[in-house]
Design a protein around this ligand. Structure first.
Ligand code: GDP
Ligand code: IMO
Ligand code: MG
Length: 434
């Protein structure tokens, strides 16, 4: 059976968690393949009696909420062990069975000093800061690439662990003390803290790439769920205003050990408008009442840091770019309900940079910073669409919006979100092969 990749098409928070949860019992394993607890996925599950249970996941794959799913943290992830166990405890306390979790022996650990470095580096950058989540993501991936990182498997050999922490801190303490003017970090304290997690971690750790290959060979469905999104990808995003991992479809393979030849579909999640948290260019950003309306109606406040999200109209240049970079086969458009109540809904179809029209993402980042959106105005709708479950139940203007966006982004729209709940969705085409 094939593997399926699910990515974000914009700058994150498109509703990847909800889409993963939607696939629910149709998949057997859900793998997080990049990022760490910088991600924040909100999943809302409606009870039969109309109650709504809200779950916020950061480090665990959203599939963990489906009892039949085996959740996997792949080698491409960076793990804050304190957060991992807090999240597991929080879910267990709410009755979620987390006992099947598999953690890759090759995943990297976010050491406490990297959390510190993330925060002090941002402070040092001042107005040139990235606006990171402060979770130690960048410094931990930098250590991985510099070959001074600590992997999960290193925790099981105290001698090796101590050597690695000493090697890393030999340099980092100089930076912390001499450049950032903060306190040096004690090797023993770090080693002690990390060793404290070993016994609880031991039964979860495995060669996750092998686990996944065996599952695929046995005919099981594997979903590879991205954190962050296409424009936050370290290679393909709006560098340097990106995260430090590969959040696009290619990253799903390196971050899990599943080869590209086993991936049959790439599902991209596209919000019906655009949001961004942190710094960086954003051509369709709104600074007026419409932006405030999108933020309020869409509840656009970060799941991880609580920061208000920057809001703007749909940008189909970005949508087309996401299709191309990820090889998208299916889009899920989320939060169409949030666009209810506008007379007209602008859709960005191209950019203008210094008087020149760009139909694709400009090659130069400086041009992207100066890009002015070229809008096509579509008619709005006023009806409440949250109860629609079939495409033809949507008001005609909402249908036209979806069809025009579909045409502009160049891949089919297979599902449409009309509310945060698990069942608030319109399915146009199956997301999995029969
Ligand atoms: P993720 O990081 O991509 O998983 O997305 P987040 O969970 O950070 O942000 C998406 C937010 O939108 C969450 O609060 C979801 O509950 C909510 N959401 C997802 N789909 C829909 C939808 O179709 N309509 C509405 N109104 N909310 C949605
Ligand atoms: P999900 O998975 C939105 C942003 C941060 C910052 C930049 C770098 O919920 O979509 P980092 O801490 O990763 O070094 O920060 O990336 N960012 C996100 N924005 N959704 C996310 O995750 C994000 N993860 C990181 O705001 O601009
Ligand atoms: Mg999020």
């Amino acid at each position: 059976m094939p593997a399926i990749v699910l990515v974000g098409a914009q700058w994150g928070d498109e509703g990847k968690g909800k889409a993963t949860d939607l696939l629910g019992t149709d998949v057997d394993l859900v793998v997080k393949f990049n990022g760490g607890n910088n991600a924040g996925h909100t999943v809302v599950i409606e009870g039969e009696d109309g109650t709504r249970e809200k779950y916020a996941l950061h480090l665990l794959p959203s599939g963990i909420l489906t009892p039949s799913v085996t959740p996997v943290i792949g080698n491409g992830v960076v793990i804050d062990l304190e957060v991992l166990f807090q999240e597991l405890d929080g879910l267990e306390a709410r009755g979620v069975d987390t006992s099947k979790l598999v953690v890759s022996a090759n995943a990297h650990v976010i050491a406490p000093y990297n959390r510190t470095l993330d925060k002090v580096t941002e402070r040092f950058l001042g107005s040139r800061r990235i606006g990171t989540t402060g979770r130690g993501i960048g410094p931990t991936y930098a250590d991985k690439m510099n070959r001074v990182g600590i992997r999960i498997q290193d925790l099981f050999d105290e001698g090796i662990l101590r050597q690695k922490v000493e090697a890393a801190l030999g340099f980092k303490n100089q930076v912390l003390v001499k450049i950032y003017n903060t306190r040096a970090v004690d090797v023993d304290l770090v080693v002690e803290e990390l060793l404290g997690y070993v016994e609880r971690l031991r039964p979860m750790v495995a060669d996750s790439a092998l686990v996944l290959e065996k599952a695929l060979d046995a005919g099981q469905n594997v979903l590879l769920e991205a954190g962050q999104a296409t424009l936050l990808d370290v290679d393909h995003g709006t560098y340097p205003f990106v995260t430090s991992s590969s959040a696009t479809a290619g990253g799903a393979c390196t971050g899990s050990g599943i080869p590209p030849t086993r991936v049959s579909r790439v599902i991209a999640i596209l919000k019906a408008y655009t949001t961004r948290v942190g710094e960086g260019p954003f051509p369709t950003e709104l600074f007026d009442d419409d932006g405030e309306t999108l933020r309020k109606t869409g509840a656009e406040y970060g799941t991880t840091t609580g920061r208000p999200r920057r809001c703007g109209w749909m940008d189909t240049v970005i949508g087309r770019y996401a299709t191309r970079i990820n090889g998208v086969t299916d889009f899920v458009i989320t939060k169409l309900d949030v666009l209810t109540g506008f007379d007209q809904v602008p859709v960005c179809v191209a950019y203008e940079v210094d008087g020149v029209r760009h139909d694709e993402m400009p090659v130069s980042q400086s041009d992207f910073h100066h890009a002015k959106p070229v809008y096509e105005m579509l008619d709005g709708w006023w009806e409440d669409i949250s109860g629609c479950r079939e495409f033809d139940e949507l008001p005609a203007a909402a249908q036209r919006y979806v069809l025009r966006v579909e045409e502009l982004i160049g891949a089919r729209v297979s599902a449409i979100g009309v509310g945060p709940g698990r069942h608030e969705i319109i399915q146009r085409h199956p997301l999995l092969d029969a």
